[in-house]
Structures are given as C-alpha cells and as structure tokens.
Design a protein around this ligand. Structure first.
Ligand code: HEC
Length: 146
C-alpha cells in the first residue's frame, strides 16, 4: 500500500515537471515569435523612413497576420509563471485580450492592403496605426521593463 502511494507521488512529480517544461517551451516560443514581430516592424520602418517600395512588405505583413491569428492559444493556463512578462490580467480578462488581438489582425489587414497598393503615404499612415495597436495590448497585458 505504501509503495502504491509512493509511486503515485513520483508520477505526480514527473507529471508536474513535464508540465513545467511544456510551459517553458510555450513561453520561449511566443517570446521568439513576438521578437520576430518587433523585427518586422523595424524593417518596415526603415522602408517608410527611406520612402522605399512598400509593395514587397505585403509578405512581411502576411507573416504577422499568420502569427497574430495564433496569439490567443499561445497563452495557455499556467504559462503565466516562468520567464515571461505577460501580466496576470491577461488570463483574468481572456475575452478582452482576444478582442484586442482581433483588432491587431484587422489593423494588419489594413496595413497589407496599403502595402499591396504601393501607396507609400497610405502605408506610412497605416504603419503608424499598427504601432499604436501593439501598444493597446502591451499597456494592459505586458509588464514594463523598469
Ligand atoms: C494581444 C496582445 C498583444 C499584441 C497585439 C502585441 N503584443 Fe507584443 N507582447 C504581448 C505580451 C503579452 C508580451 C509578453 C510575452 C511574454 O513575455 O510571455 C509581448 C511581448 C512582446 C515583445 C518582447 C518579446 C521578447 O523578447 O520577450 C516584443 C518585441 C513585442 N511584444 C512586439 C510586438 C509588436 C511589434 C506588436 C505589434 C505589431 C505587438 N507586440 C503586439 C502582447 C501583445
């Protein structure tokens, strides 16, 4: 009987460790993806600033749209703990988080339309709005670096 209890405890510990590993992966993956989003924004800014050709940026925006479509599922329960700057409010207000994220996808679709049109001024305006939309999620749901 004692042996059974012991084995149960060992299995529970193994399971908990496995979960912790899985969460670490989820956090590392989402941070890597978000870092890529930041790099995309910087690359696009360089084109805006130099008044370059915006048309090829449609492919960059496609990668961003695909990423943000996967955003909500990248914050499963339990992934609030670990090497993350996501705030607890994100899990407490999951529906609002998803609404804010849907706005991000819509804004990126507008950015993509502007890129495909080749209209640099329209792209620059949509780019500015896109940056602001990032902030609408970071303010409530991402911890600031002090
Ligand atoms: C719907 C919410 C949401 C939107 C929209 C959003 N972010 Fe974030 N972002 C987060 C959260 C939450 C984190 C913290 C993730 C973590 O540490 O686990 C984060 C982290 C980041 C990071 C840091 C990644 C790292 O190295 O740890 C960068 C860079 C970033 N976001 C860029 C952007 C850019 C650029 C946009 C707009 C194109 C954007 N984000 C839009 C929620 C969002």
């Amino acid at each position: 009987m004692k042996g059974v209890v012991w084995m149960g405890a060992a299995a529970a510990i193994a399971l908990a460790a496995g979960t912790a590993w899985a969460q670490a992966d989820v956090i590392a993956e989402r941070r890597a993806g978000l870092k890529r989003m930041g790099e995309h924004m910087q690359a696009m800014k360089a084109v805006v600033d130099s008044r370059g050709n915006v048309q090829p940026l449609a492919a960059t925006v496609d990668d961003m749209i695909a990423w943000y479509r996967t955003m909500p599922q990248r914050f499963p329960p339990g992934s609030d703990r670990g090497d993350t700057r996501a705030l607890p409010a994100l899990w407490n207000e999951k529906a609002n988080f998803e609404t804010v994220n849907n706005n991000m996808v819509s804004q990126l679709q507008a950015l993509r339309t502007a890129a495909a049109s080749g209209d640099a001024a329209a792209f620059a305006a949509a780019y500015g709005q896109t940056g602001q939309t990032c902030g609408t999620c970071h303010r409530p749901y991402r911890q600031r670096i002090s």
